[in-house]
Design a protein around this ligand. Structure first.
Ligand code: TUI
Length: 310
């Protein structure tokens, strides 16, 4: 039912992209998603170029299907990673937390399919003009760095504003979410939070347990005052962050508190003072499953949701 021309041309069976989750989305997760018929993504985040090169090479050994790399544009080495994906023959690039305009020509000249993540109509339009192959319209239900608009409000406005394919992200965790997103006019979905608990996701067990135990209202947005709003699950760190923001702490002090907190949660399993980035849909995620089970279940559920209303 969900036959997307765009994904078919990419050689991807199901129109689903795995979110480029910083410190989480490695070659294990990306290759598992690609092998399951989705589009797996390795997140470059703030990692050194040599590490990303190794992850790309590992993924090539683990899957013969296409996969992509997410470039986090706030990173100091974004430029280096932008070059690296060309050298390594990566097929797809997604970007986050900024405007990738200055790299577009380079990527297009290497035949890379480029899908910037956008949080506004204005950036979607600019990306289309710059030659993007698709845009991922990401609502603020998402985990991590977010924009202002919800998925329900952002996605149809982006769909109306551009002629390239649009992929919906933010708050999509099961078949009903996939079906709803398609009703808004998209050609695919991007899913992050549900893949956090995939068996092939290598994050610390404590992080997975926190996602599985999360309720609907357990996430909060911190960092609005720094200009980098981040959605995380509530814990002692998020409460300290909120307290400092209320006291009008300086950006330097807030950045100091947040530094290194994501790997602390992802790698060390410190769920008290680590940053547990997750979307609002975490409350819906109730069991650990393989990437294949997650994807098959989501598309079967989407078909059922649509058939119900025929
Ligand atoms: O990028 C994300 N999500 C992320 S990146 C990340 S790592 C990080 N760690 C610490 C501080 C900041 C980031 C964790 N989660 N999602 C894609 C996304 N991009 N969401 C929103 C945006 C966005 C927002 C504003 C993209 C562009 C933009 O404005 C750019 C412009 O020039 O208009």
């Amino acid at each position: 039912m969900f036959n997307s021309v765009f994904f078919k041309e990419l050689g991807v069976k199901y129109p689903i992209i795995q979110g480029g989750m910083a410190w989480v989305a490695d070659s294990s997760l990306a290759s598992a998603v690609s092998n399951a018929g989705g589009l797996g993504i390795i997140a470059a985040a703030n990692a050194p170029a040599d590490y990303i090169r190794d992850e790309i090479r590992k993924a090539k050994k683990l899957t013969d299907k296409p996969f992509g790399v997410n470039i986090m544009l706030l990173s100091d080495n974004a430029e280096e990673i932008a070059q690296l994906v060309c050298e390594e023959g990566v097929k797809v690039v997604t970007t986050g937390a900024g405007n990738p305009g200055k790299y577009m020509e380079l990527w297009k000249s290497h035949g890379i399919k480029v899908m910037p993540v956008v949080a506004s109509v204005a950036l979607a339009r600019r990306m289309e003009r710059a030659g993007a192959d698709a845009v991922v319209a990401e609502g603020c239900e998402s985990g991590g760095h977010i924009g202002e608009l919800t998925t329900m409000a952002l996605v149809p406005q982006v769909v109306d504003a551009v002629s390239i394919p649009v992929i919906a992200a933010g708050g999509i965790g099961d078949g009903r979410g996939v079906a709803a997103a398609f009703m808004l006019g998209v050609q695919g979905v991007q899913v992050g939070t549900r893949f956090l608990v995939a068996t092939e996701c290598t994050i610390h067990e404590n992080y997975k347990k926190k996602i599985l135990a999360a309720k609907d209202i357990d996430s909060v947005v911190t960092g609005r005052s720094t200009g980098h709003p981040i959605r995380v699950l509530k814990n002692r760190l998020s409460r300290q962050f909120q307290k400092l923001e209320k006291e009008n702490a300086s950006i330097e002090d807030l950045e100091e508190l947040g530094r290194g907190c994501l790997p602390k949660a992802v790698k060390e399993g410190d769920i008290v003072m680590g940053s547990i980035m997750a979307g609002q849909i975490a409350g819906l995620v109730k069991k650990e499953q393989s990437c294949s089970e997650i994807i098959e279940e989501m598309f079967k559920g989407a078909e059922e949701a649509i058939i119900k209303f025929r």
